[in-house]
Design a protein around this ligand. Structure first.
Ligand code: F3S
Length: 648
């Protein structure tokens, strides 16, 4: 039987396991990507591994999420990241140089390579045939140290594209159509592999808009085969030598197939506040719009902004609407400026922002209360704009620009008829150029030692697990505790991600303000929770901070999958209990695990005896792979990896 493209790349990089869906596999990583809000911890973890240099073919550090440098802590973080890139041999993209996925696509992404990134939209370069996966920072640090990345082998789903996009329909509408059909859960545990005659009608940047938002479907990653378009795009970037032809075998078998006829598509829009609330634009036409933003890692490229510039040439935006353009990279900004398009847009009333994530994570350009904001971004979760009950719609640059001209949501086909406006089309520049000074290459690094300002802490390391595990039930919680409950992601504490002792003061403060102090004082203990403990994001601090405070384990009725993996990674024992036990345990009870815990974890024991207040006992279960058991017993992935490197 032939192989899919995904299987071919995985096979080339496989170091452990077999390519059977659901089985754990280990793969070698070629490229590593990290950004500023996750990068500080990644490099502190890398430092804790005592390694000399990043072992991947390429590592790149970007400063894009928090570039405004509100106070010295942000600036110190950027300086630390520059020094870490210099010391450990990574490329450093300076603050303001652009959004990681856009800059990586322009400079480094290569067909057939594997990439791991500590950002959820890492799959973006799948549009040019790279197999790119988002992961936690510790997984990234280990991969940069030369360790394999472990993942459950996903199912490979074929998305077959037929036909060609009609006038005013765009690549954004392709992914919005997939979100309409599959919802935000439709891609979980899957890789979406694109094929079919419609592929060749899409340029690479259009393909990367689609692979970028595969993340919103929950997919592990998304990937396109390479072809003449890929070769042409790499040549325009001046990187023609990076081209390789890759694709699936003709007799490749997929777990499922979805067909999208591009010629059936029309301008679509995601209404508040989920990326899968999709309707045709014409159904919400007439809604007043106070703000329009073009940018982000989805639609921030030069060629994404060009159609908007053409639509605005000789026109003005409506006086009731504010329009902001935040190009995805400084290269895009420079090219728009040098070719006169930036001045054309400014004359129409557009404000330009620096190349940053900014508004996409609620940093700047917060909408007015009770107003509609149209954005070309990938997420519109409630409150993400910085306004609690915001009304953010997601759409293509063409739909956003039409709204800025009309002052209300309008189907661009109707506006075109009214104004005699042509479809600007989607065009690539002859060649890409500019912003050459903003990436510091490893060989030209300006630092060779780490520079740590007062806000940069150390990464706490846990000792190997003890035979005896006892302590009190520090906190009893309900069902569905999220990672936001455990460690909030609000702007006021975002800056402490590189300072674990300080950040830990906020642990579970939304549930109990006294928790951090009590946990430190108790020097050990357990958390008790109902169903689905740790749902939400992959935030590692949600396991790291409780570990720093001395928490030894969590007794819950069930765990969210990614958070459970993080508990293993930071050496916290995740035990499942039944409803009766949950009901019976009270906050403050003394808890003891009766077995030799370290020995039982290593030997594969699934059942553990929990003794409460020396009065009653219950059975708790541990569901873990052999690899997870070793990590847990060694005190977490960092000490585990350190031991492995020391033994090697
Ligand atoms: Fe940045 Fe938003 Fe993309 S935060 S990486 S522009 S999803």
């Amino acid at each position: 039987m032939g192989q899919t493209l995904t299987e071919k790349i995985l096979d080339d990089h496989l170091v452990d396991g077999e390519l059977v869906p659901g089985e754990e596999i280990g793969i070698e990583i070629d490229q590593a990507l990290t950004q500023d809000t996750t990068g500080t911890l990644v490099w502190l973890q890398f430092e804790a591994l005592d390694l000399e240099e990043a072992q991947t073919e390429l590592a790149a550090q970007y400063c894009d999420h928090q570039t405004y440098q509100f106070d010295f802590k942000n600036t110190d973080d950027h300086r630390f990241l520059r020094s870490a890139a210099g010391k450990y041999g990574a490329y450093f993209s300076r603050p303001g140089n652009g959004i990681c996925h856009q800059v990586h696509k322009e400079h480094f992404a290569k067909p057939g390579k594997t990439m791991l990134g500590s950002d959820s939209h890492t799959p973006t370069p799948g549009g040019l045939g790279e197999l790119a996966i988002g992961a936690g920072g510790l997984d990234l640090a280990v991969a940069m140290g030369g360790g394999a990345y472990y993942i459950e082998m996903p199912e490979i789903v074929n998305v077959r594209l037929e036909g060609e996009l009609p006038s005013w329909a765009t690549a954004k509408d392709v992914i919005l159509e997939l979100l309409r059909r599959l919802t935000v859960k439709g891609g979980v545990g899957k890789v979406l592999e694109f094929s079919g005659p419609g592929v060749e009608s899409l340029t690479v940047p259009e393909r990367t808009t689609i692979t970028n938002m595969g993340t919103e479907l929950g997919a592990t990653t998304s990937i396109f085969p390479t072809d003449e378009e890929t070769k042409d795009y790499l040549e325009r970037l001046g990187r023609g030598e990076d081209y390789v032809e890759i694709g699936p075998d003709e007799d490749a078998e997929y777990a499922d197939q979805i067909t999208v006829d591009l010629s059936d598509l029309e301008p679509l829009i995601a209404t508040p506040s989920m990326p899968d609330n999709i309707v045709p634009v014409r159904e919400v036409a007439g809604e007043d719009v106070e703000q329009v933003i073009i940018g982000s890692c989805t639609n921030g490229a030069y060629e994404d902004i060009l159609p908007s510039a053409k639509m605005l040439e000789g026109r003005e935006i409506d006086p009731t609407t504010e329009m902001i353009v935040a190009p995805g990279s400084k290269q895009a900004s420079e090219m728009l400026a040098r070719e006169g398009w930036a001045s054309e847009m400014m004359a129409a009333g557009v404000n330009f922002s620096e190349s940053t994530c900014g508004a996409c994570i609620g940093i700047g350009h917060v909408p007015a209360s009770d107003s509609v904001s149209l954005r070309t971004f990938n997420r519109n979760f409630e409150g993400r704009s910085g306004l609690e009950d915001d009304k953010v719609y997601l759409c293509s640059p063409e739909v956003a620009t039409a709204a800025a001209i009309a002052g209300e949501i309008v189907d661009p086909r109707d506006l075109a008829d009214e104004l005699g406006m042509d479809d600007p089309g989607f065009e690539l520049p002859e060649e890409y150029y500019g912003a050459d000074t903003d990436i510091i290459e490893p060989e030209n690094a300006v630092d060779d030692e780490l520079i740590k300002g007062p806000n940069i802490g150390e990464v706490p390391l846990k000792d190997p697990m003890d035979e005896r595990l006892e302590g009190s039930a520090l906190l009893k919680m309900d069902d569905n505790i999220t990672t936001d409950h455990i460690i909030p992601a609000t702007q006021d504490i975002l800056m402490y991600r590189s300072n674990v002792p300080k950040l830990s003061e906020f642990t579970l403060s939304r549930v109990d303000e006294t928790f951090a102090d009590r946990a430190l004082e108790a020097d050990g203990g357990f958390l008790v929770a109902g169903e689905n403990y740790g749902q939400g994001s992959s935030r590692e601090h949600a396991a790291l901070c409780p570990m720093y405070l001395g928490v030894e384990g969590v007794l819950a009725q069930s765990f969210a999958r990614i958070h459970k993996a993080n508990l293993f990674n930071f050496g916290l024992l995740p035990l499942e209990i039944d409803e009766e036990t949950y009901e019976k345990i009270e906050q403050g009870d003394d808890i003891e695990i009766v077995e030799d815990v370290a020995g039982a974890v290593r030997s594969g024991a699934e059942e553990f005896t929990v003794r409460v207040n020396d009065e009653w006992e219950a059975t708790a279960t541990l569901d873990a792979s052999d690899r997870e058991r070793e990590i847990l017993a060694d005190g977490g992935k960092l000490p585990h990896t350190k031991m492995k490197y020391a033994d090697a």
